[in-house]
Design a binder for this molecule. Structure first.
Ligand code: ZN
Length: 83
């Protein structure tokens, strides 16, 4: 087993700062996207897309995904996000 003390505190601090930054970026992105899609309503079901952030496989690997009631709403949403 190899032990590398040089990968101690400094890299952990670097990681946490990076994580903080990524979290802020993620939150800003979430907010922007949520504002964009919140005005959208499915003509069939009357529902809005719901934005979800889920943890990925490591720090900074969060995934953003939309939950739509149907494909039609998803299409409308994708058009909106393109513009
Ligand atoms: Zn729908």
């Amino acid at each position: 087993m190899k032990f590398e003390p040089s990968l101690g505190d400094s890299s952990e601090k670097g990681e946490s700062l990076k994580d903080q930054l990524q979290k802020q970026v993620l939150e800003a992105t979430l907010k922007t996207l949520q504002e964009k899609v919140s005005t959208l309503v499915c003509p069939t079901h009357g529902q809005s897309p719901r934005l979800q952030a889920s943890e990925g496989e490591g720090p900074g690997k969060q995934k953003l995904s939309f939950q739509c009631c149907c494909d039609e709403l998803r299409k409308i949403m994708e058009e909106k996000l393109k513009s």
